[in-house]
Design a protein around this ligand. Structure first.
Ligand code: HEM
Length: 420
């Protein structure tokens, strides 16, 4: 900046002297005075700009006053669960978008759908990345998957695979019979539970969601020996518990995510639980995946995929080489389990909770099912377009109860002067 000031002053000075009066003394004195005035003026202006930019707060959203260096860390450590504290802070400040500082990181919680859409849709290109955290790095085997990696080559590769091969409408149709089979199993399980007088909805929905995704990925629903009444086996109980243990710690507030040098100390004990959950989850998946890869190698790829695991193993790149490594398949399988168990089971639990508390709505939904489906057969996916009241109940439950306190965090790819 100093160099710029000097060169600008020199330029003005030299252009003036070429047209100035004739006396060398007067010209020199005048030039010196002019140089000083210009220099003073420029320095003064720059100083003002600099002071102004220091004084003017960057246009960050409102938030609790941070401590120097550590920011809002002490308050966050004392206020668990952190998501509840964040929601309370925003409510107290009367804002739908806030700013909390931890070290050098600005956390921008958003609680308004309109602003949320601006981040996730209109400004998606700017905010498409994810933060690196201890738990997400362990769970995704160092960011080999689609949900957890920061923006980059690996994320683009897995996103393409997910979009075109795993979560596409064609694939959804392809897996119809597997979902139907599990829906029938759910009815059997709920019926058996109801004979005992009550149904544990949380357990039923979590195990149903687990059964569906196990069926779609591994073409089997059971880990361990099947039970006679359709209830989960001990191995399945452990598998689901491990997934929900991972979910508890993924993106929960962990001090070493902001101060990585503390990770080895595991001050809040998160790492121990994350590793435990990771080991428990993968002890069920990995042997199946290894065996299936071996089978595909033996058959030399001459068979038709039967499930999502087959699809992942059989994918080829443009040179005809295997697209996904065994580590990528294992990491992506675990992530799929997580995504398909968490949100759907939470959504059903909220919807059922609302309808049980408002029996007139439940009655209306049952009436619609009787009218559209009848009592002679079970409801099918193909009935859904005619079940408008049931669909409206599901949508209303989504509106009333977001499936998680916050969606997975996004990180700005482009850090501009005032956008963080
Ligand atoms: C009620 C059902 C579901 C709801 C409400 C739901 C909701 C969400 C939300 C909020 C996100 C995060 C978006 C973001 O901010 O980045 C997400 C991501 C994702 N979900 Fe779901 N989800 C549901 C079911 C499923 C199922 C059944 C699967 C898989 C079979 C699945 C796979 C994924 C994947 C792969 C992503 C990551 C996408 C990406 O990062 O590009 N979801 N879902």
């Amino acid at each position: 900046m100093g160099i710029v000031v000097i060169s600008m002053a020199s330029l003005l000075f030299s252009s003036y002297t070429s047209t100035a009066a004739s006396s060398p003394y007067t010209t020199a004195t005048f030039s010196v005075v002019l140089f000083l005035i210009l220099s003073f003026y420029l320095l003064n202006t720059l100083l003002k700009i600099s002071l102004k930019s220091q004084k003017r707060p960057r246009r960050l959203p409102p938030g609790p006053a941070p401590w120097p260096i550590i920011g809002n860390l002490p308050k966050m450590l004392m206020s668990r669960p952190t998501f509840r504290w964040l929601h309370a802070v925003l409510e107290e400040m009367g804002t739908n978008i806030g700013c909390v500082r931890i070290g050098s990181v600005h956390l921008i919680p958003v609680t308004c759908p309109k602003i949320g859409l601006e981040f996730l849709k209109e400004q998606d290109a700017t905010f498409a990345s994810r933060p690196k955290t201890m738990a997400s790095s362990i769970f995704s085997r160092n960011y080999l998957t689609v949900v957890f990696p920061p923006n980059g080559e690996q994320w683009r590769k897995m996103r393409k695979v997910m979009k075109s091969e795993i979560l596409s409408p064609t694939r959804h149709k392809w897996m119809h019979d597997k979902r139907t089979e599990e829906a029938d199993n759910l009815v059997k399980y709920v019926y058996h539970q109801s004979l005992n007088g009550s149904v544990d909805i949380r357990s039923a929905t979590r195990h149903y969601a687990a059964n569906v995704i196990r069926k779609m990925v591994f073409n089997k629903r059971h880990f361990g020996q099947a039970t006679h009444d359709g209830s989960p086996t001990a191995a399945e109980e452990e598998h689901v518990a491990a997934i929900f243990l991972s979910l508890k710690y993924l993106y929960s507030f962990c001090i070493s995510d902001y101060y990585p040098f503390l990770e080895g100390l595991d001050l809040d004990g998160h790492k121990k639980y994350v590793k435990e959950a990771y080991t428990m989850t993968n002890k069920y998946h990995d042997p199946i995946i290894d065996e299936r890869i071996r089978q595909w190698q033996q058959d030399d790829g001459h068979k038709e995929p039967q499930d999502l695991l087959d699809v992942m193993i059989s994918l080829k790149d443009s040179n005809g080489r295997t697209l996904l490594s065994s580590e990528e398949i294992k990491a992506q399988t675990a992530e799929l389990m997580l995504a398909a168990m968490d949100n759907p089971s939470n959504a059903i639990e909220w919807a059922m909770g609302e309808m049980i508390n408002q029996p007139e709505l439940l009655k209306k939904a049952v009436e619609e099912l009787d009218r559209v489906v009848g009592r002679e057969r079970l409801v099918q996916e193909s009935d859904l377009p005619q079940l408008n009241f049931v669909k409206a109940c599901a949508r209303e439950a989504f509106r009333l109860h977001p499936i998680a306190p916050f969606t997975p965090p996004h990180v700005a790819i482009v850090v501009r002067k005032r956008v963080i």
